[in-house]
Design a protein around this ligand. Structure first.
Ligand SMILES: Cc1ncc(COP(=O)(O)O)c(C=O)c1O
Length: 270
């Protein structure tokens, strides 16, 4: 709806990369230019993002697939600096320590997107929502499909949101398992920056370059480990992207699943 409402051939979208792979797909569908501003190696907010003149600027926070988090203050400055709409995709925010809802009070150009797919573990429900000032919501409603989210989804989403005790326990389980996974992967020699999401981005160290990868100037280690895990029916994400090609995105599983992964990794590394 945001792409439909705010973007077209003459009104581009901008976002930092690497990020969620759906944004360029939606830009293509809407036939609008996508201005992709690269993150630095620590995935800090690129200053250039404020100067794109885009109609729609998207920041995925926490970002996927990096798990990194841009501070609320930095996003407040960005909202202030740009003329267009700032859409903050908070799909993973339940696993972070902070969120940007307060910005909606101060900025009429901010839209926050939430999903029940991650923190509530209800991906199959297909339920999400936006938070923004009434005028912004009204503008999005102009391009909304005539039919609403289905009644069963609304009932289930309402029940899920009302049960904050279960929700918080669920999120805490993921966060404590994330800490254990991070620690164990680090012990195995991976570089794992702190994640604010339900996955970690593990850099595969030390690099083992096959001669072919070396010729291509690439770090072949992550791709190699990814393939070995796949053979064992363990599925993580590998992204063929200059900033990600030496890393694996690993979703935090149950303790049993993570133990299987860690055991397999030990074997593969050996
Ligand atoms: C960053 C990000 N935003 C939004 C979504 C959409 O989630 P859903 O359509 O399941 O609500 C996803 C799903 O993977 C995501 O990774």
């Amino acid at each position: 709806m945001a792409f439909q409402g705010f973007c077209d051939e003459n009104r581009p979208v901008a976002y930092p990369v690497p990020t969620y792979s759906l944004y360029p797909v939606l830009a293509d569908i809407q036939n609008c230019t996508a201005i992709e501003i690269p993150f630095d190696d620590e995935f800090n907010l690129p200053a250039k993002l404020a100067a794109t003149n885009a109609a729609l600027t998207i920041v995925c926070n926490p970002n996927a697939p990096t798990g990194s988090f841009i501070s609320v203050d930095e996003l407040a400055s960005l909202a202030d600096e740009i003329d267009g709409v700032l859409l903050i995709d908070e799909a993973y925010v339940d696993f972070a320590e902070n969120n940007c809802t307060t910005l909606v009070k101060d900025f009429d150009n901010v839209v926050i997107l939430r999903s029940l797919s991650k923190g509530y573990s209800l991906a199959g429900l297909r339920f999400g929502y936006a938070i923004a000032q009434p005028e912004m919501i009204a503008s999005l409603m102009k391009v909304k499909d005539s039919y609403n989210v289905d009644a069963v989804a609304i009932a289930v989403a309402t029940a899920a949101i009302e049960d904050q005790k279960y929700f918080k326990e669920n999120v805490e389980k993921v966060k404590s398992e994330r800490a254990r996974l991070t620690e164990q992967l680090t012990e195995l020699g991976f570089n794992v920056p702190g994640s604010c999401s339900n996955f970690v981005l593990a850099q595969c160290l030390p690099p083992r370059l096959s001669s072919r990868d070396e010729a291509a100037g690439k770090n072949g280690r992550a791709a190699e480990i990814y393939k070995e895990l796949e053979k064992r029916n363990i599925f993580v994400r590998y992204f063929n992207d200059p900033k990600l090609e030496d890393k694996l995105r690993i979703t935090v599983g149950t303790p049993e699943q993570d133990d299987k992964l860690l055991l397999a990794l030990k074997e593969i590394i050996k």
